[in-house]
Design a binder for this molecule. Structure first.
Ligand SMILES: NC(=O)c1ccc[n+]([C@@H]2O[C@H](COP(=O)([O-])OP(=O)(O)OC[C@H]3O[C@@H](n4cnc5c(N)ncnc54)[C@H](O)[C@@H]3O)[C@@H](O)[C@H]2O)c1
Length: 348
């Protein structure tokens, strides 16, 4: 049956890939994007979608912030929306240590505005995309949906705050909200400040890659399209009020991943530049997502890490116009200076 999905944050990494997933897997669905186009959101990220749905009414873009009640309610009055998938967020941990205010605005207050609008407009289901970082660090064992929330950065705490708004909305008003918690994503269209695209784009240019500490932090990696299939599965088959982990059982240290990138791009080890870890005690040592609950319902990741990583590296090699335009911007250069300038100096 035909449905309309509002994807908030659809001009970002996961949101845009989720739009692609929906348009491909549900030929009778419409997708509407609401995105504030912050530094991390780009219309160029949606250009291929705009082209592929040209002259059809399957895709529409609205600029605006999720915490703007007037914009959100105006959109839901003018469009018939069945589902909301919230991918809008301030999403960069390191930035949250320096400027936590915008994280609380978007990741907590914005989620509350969306939930309230979903209730008011009788939205069938709203899915809030969250993160395994709400669990804090997993020194032993794996995170299950029952693990306590123990966030260690302002970003993770804001995401946990958004989730608690979702939980309370469900209990207090019966809002049909579902929450997903996923590990570290990689794939096409990821803003090049996050570890993988940051390193890939620098290595393409034969520049040094700044690795925090000894790189022994363990992350549980997943290809973005597997995350998107998980979101879509939960949206259609999950139970409102419930939380679902999404993961691909793929723990790797940052150092291991960096070595693999050097191999794939045929670059020397000397390009690794260890630097002091700016997160200090707030840098979670290990993430490990137990997604057995979602697997027991029938969902499976289908992209093995090695082939998906190779495919991702190839994508950045073949789509240099996309990321070079971002990297050349003054705000990106300012980010590089601020975070890495003291360590990389002329190598920046
Ligand atoms: N990237 C990962 O590895 C990962 C892993 C697990 C969970 N998540 C979660 O997935 C979601 C999406 O992450 P991402 O990596 O795509 O982030 P991203 O930074 O690439 O994209 C975020 C998008 O949200 C938009 N946005 C920001 N503030 C907004 C606001 N107030 N109103 C409307 N739009 C706004 C931005 O313009 C951008 O397009 C986040 O909630 C994040 O916590 C990400």
């Amino acid at each position: 049956m035909s449905k309309t999905i509002l994807v908030t944050g659809g001009a970002g990494f996961i949101g845009s890939n989720y739009c692609r997933y929906v348009l491909q897997h549900h030929p009778d669905y419409r997708v509407i994007v609401l995105d504030a186009l912050t530094y991390a959101g780009n219309l160029s990220t949606l250009a291929d979608i705009q082209q592929s749905v040209d002259r059809t009414d399957r895709f529409r873009f609205y600029p605006g912030r999720i915490q703007d009640e007037t914009v959100v309610n105006g959109l839901l009055r003018s469009e018939r929306v069945d589902y909301i998938v919230n991918c809008a967020a301030e999403s960069h941990n390191d930035r949250s240590l320096l400027e936590p205010g915008s994280f609380i605005q978007t990741d907590v207050y914005g989620v509350f505005i969306l939930l309230d609008a979903a209730k008011r407009h009788g939205i069938e289901r709203i899915l809030h995309v969250s993160t395994d970082e709400v669990y804090g660090t997993a020194d032993t064992g794996r995170f299950t949906e029952q693990s306590p929330l123990a966030p260690n950065t302002p970003y993770a705490a804001s995401k946990a705050g958004g989730e608690l708004q979702a939980r309370a909305h469900r209990v207090a008003y019966g809002t049909p909200v579902l929450v997903t918690r996923c590990g570290n994503n990689f794939g096409p269209y990821q803003y090049p400040e996050k570890l993988l695209p940051f390193f890939i784009t620098r290595l393409i240019d034969r520049k040094k890659v700044p690795l925090y500490g000894t790189g022994e932090q363990v992350r549980d990696w997943i290809f973005v399209m597997d995350h998107c299939s998980g979101i879509d599965f939960v949206l259609h088959h999950g139970t409102p009020g419930e939380v679902y982990n999404i993961g691909a059982d793929c723990e790797r240290t940052n150092l291991e991943v960096t070595h693999r990138l050097l191999q794939l791009l045929d670059r020397p080890e000397t390009l690794i530049r260890p630097i002091p870890d700016p997160r200090g005690a707030a840098h979670d040592r290990r993430y490990s997502v137990d997604a057995s609950r979602l697997r027991s319902l029938g969902w499976r990741p289908t992209h093995p890490f090695d082939t998906a990583l190779e495919q991702t590296v190839r994508w950045y090699v073949e789509h240099q116009t996309w990321w070079r335009e971002i990297v050349a911007r003054p705000d990106y250069q300012a980010f590089l200076q601020r975070f890495y300038g003291p360590y990389l100096g002329e190598d920046l």
